[in-house]
Structures are given as structure tokens and as C-alpha cells.
Design a protein around this ligand. Sequence first.
Ligand code: NAD
Length: 375
Amino acid sequence: MIIGVPKEVKPDEYRIAMLPVGAQLLVQDGHTVIIEKNAGLGSGFSNDDYADAGAEIIESAEDLFRRAQMIVKVKEPQPDEIGRLRANQVLFCYFHFASSHKLTLQCMKKNISAVAYETLTDEHGRLPLLTPMSEVAGKLSIQEGAKCLEKPMMGRGILLGGVPGVPPANVLVLGGGVVGINAARVAAGLGANVTIMDINLDRLRQLDEMMPPNVTTVFCEPHAIERYAVQADLVVGSVLIPGARAPKLISRELVSNMKKGSVIVDVCIDQGGCSETSRPTTHGDPVYVVDEVVHYCVTNMPGAVGRTSSSALCNATLAYCRELASLGLQGFLDKSPGRAAALNMQNGRIICTAVAEAFPDLENEVRFVSSGRVE
Ligand SMILES: NC(=O)c1ccc[n+]([C@@H]2O[C@H](COP(=O)([O-])OP(=O)(O)OC[C@H]3O[C@@H](n4cnc5c(N)ncnc54)[C@H](O)[C@@H]3O)[C@@H](O)[C@H]2O)c1
């Protein structure tokens, strides 16, 4: 199989979807790996690193998309890339379709097959290809949130951990999954007063056991959200219903009642965000203010730390990528229900139920099936 790895073109995206070692192993498996020139520079890998690993360096994205049977990338295809997609091409990357009607329709029209990192599950029902980036984003959410709380960034002028004699900030984490755990740990490590909410009681029990004493667990329901959000200096949005749009837990009215200069870091913005006031932003222009509440809603947070993120991502994706290349799409899907769950679109047909439910109008565009099995 010819596997193409393009240079990421989303604004301020420095990750690459394959390390030189990945290229080497795929070549050893008998495949051809083509890498767009300079695709690895943002993560610290030179063209020579890939050439030495046996990959072919391709001058232009056009040629890469034209030749590759399977495209392996990080972020969802951007407008220029969509124009280059070919019917029946397999794309293995993050898509987050439910947050974008436009992207979903465009990919349908291109008749591609979309194997999404974010819905692939392992034998325990976990999301192994979302986890590494969620670990990065969870830690970054506090780093960025702490910065946004500084006065020059339009924040309240509060130091997250306080100092002796001055109390620390209140941090509210909505969703106690991978992002939430990492956010809570870092915030607690800095000395903040942390509350973490989830609707999964077993998860809350686990968190209660594993978190330090300055982290309190609270069941997530509208009254509790309201009570804690108005006291919060920093709110981290980290809920997920896999494949679906994020639930809107913070209303516009609640934002207007939050402290002036408080901060919302809506990490789940890639699935639409959990605040009614959230809209996607970029690393170049990461924040905006609504009702004097600072919003940070960058959809590709791990892109800012490409060296760490590319390694973390590829550590998780490479084994699946090798399987996909060697078994072909159907062989890969047949291997386990978790792999089948990664198939969001097959030759332009929506396969993932959560995506179909997010856009009922697209149901008439093409038929969709409820299981991951291609029929
Ligand atoms: N912006 C970025 O750059 C970036 C990077 C990585 C991950 N993410 C996103 O962050 C989000 C969280 O990812 P994750 O890996 O932590 O997911 P996860 O599945 O590990 O955790 C999600 C948690 O949300 C909880 N939840 C679901 N509905 C809830 C509700 N109504 N109220 C409270 N809790 C609820 C679940 O019980 C679960 O514990 C996802 O949307 C993911 O795509 C964004």
C-alpha cells in the first residue's frame, strides 16, 4: 500500500502523524511511505530523518494526495486538503465530524472512507488514540488557563496556587475523563482548590481515591454546575460523549453570572464545546471575552507542543496504522468491534451513528448503517 503523510496545514499545527521509526517499520512491512517535504520540521524531524528511514520525500501536497492510497494525518482535512481528496481514499486521522456539518458533507461528497482516531476503542472500551492527546490537552488546559487569569491577558489577576496568606484560585473541571484527570492533577499540583464533576459515579469513586486532598469530586447536575461555576476562577470543559456533539452544560446566562475576569478553557470545543458561549479559536488568536469572562477555545491544543504530542500520538497510532495498511480497511474493521467503531464514513456514507444523529438532514444525502460493519 502507498501511505502518504502530509504536512499539517491547520493554523499553528506543528504535529506530524508519523515518526521516522513508523515510516521504517511500514517500509519493512512491504509498504511505500511518502512524506511531504518539511512535514516533520515542526516536531523536530528533518527530511533526512525520514529518507534514512526509507520514506520517499514528496515536494508537494498535490502529488502526495494524488499518489497515496491511504492518508495518515493528525487533524481533520482542511479546505485545501479536501479539494485534493480522491474517491475511495482511506483517511486515518482525527475528524470530530459531529462538530462540523460542512466538513461532514464535504467528505461525503468526496466519497472517502474516514477511520477516526477519536472513536476507535480498545477491548476495555477506552479510546486509545484520543487518550494521548487528551493527556497533553488536560495538562495544557491549566497552563493556558493560569496564563489567561493574568491581568494582561484580561483575567482576574489571580495566581492559581495563591501564596501564604492569600487563598488559591477555585478551579472547576467538568468531566473527569482523561482531560479532566490531567487538568485536575496539574491544578492541584499548583495548589489550586479543585472541584471535578462527572455523571459517572464509578469514575467519581475512582477520582476520589486517586486525587490529592485539594481535589473534591461532585456529581454533575445543573444545580451543582451553577453553584460551582459562579465561584470558579477557572472552568475547564472536558466532557465527552464519543462521536457526538458535547452537551451544553454552561448556559449563556450562567456565563453572565460568573466572576468578571474568570476563565473558561473549553477543551471539548473540538466536539462543539460545553458552553453556549464557546466558539473555536486558534493558537494565533486563542482568546475572546464574553460578559467579561475570558474564553480559550483552541481546537488543536496539543499542536502547540508538537515534539511531545507527535511522539505521544504516534506511540498510540502506529500499531493500528500498520494493521490498517497490512489487512486493508475491511480486514481491519473485522478484527474487533472497537476497530469497526473507528469507521465514521465508508465511501461517502456515514457509518457512525452519533455523527448521523448530529446531522439528521444528511440522512437523506446518503444512507447510513448503525454498526461499524460495512454492508
Ligand atoms: N481542544 C483540544 O485540543 C483537545 C485535545 C484533546 C482532547 N480534546 C477533547 O476533550 C474532550 C474530553 O476528552 P477525554 O479524552 O477526556 O474524554 P473521556 O471520555 O476520557 O472523558 C469524558 C468524561 O466526560 C464525562 N461526561 C460525559 N457527559 C457528561 C456530562 N453531561 N456531565 C459531566 N460529565 C460528563 C464522561 O463520563 C467521561 O468521564 C473530548 O471532546 C476530546 O475530543 C480536545
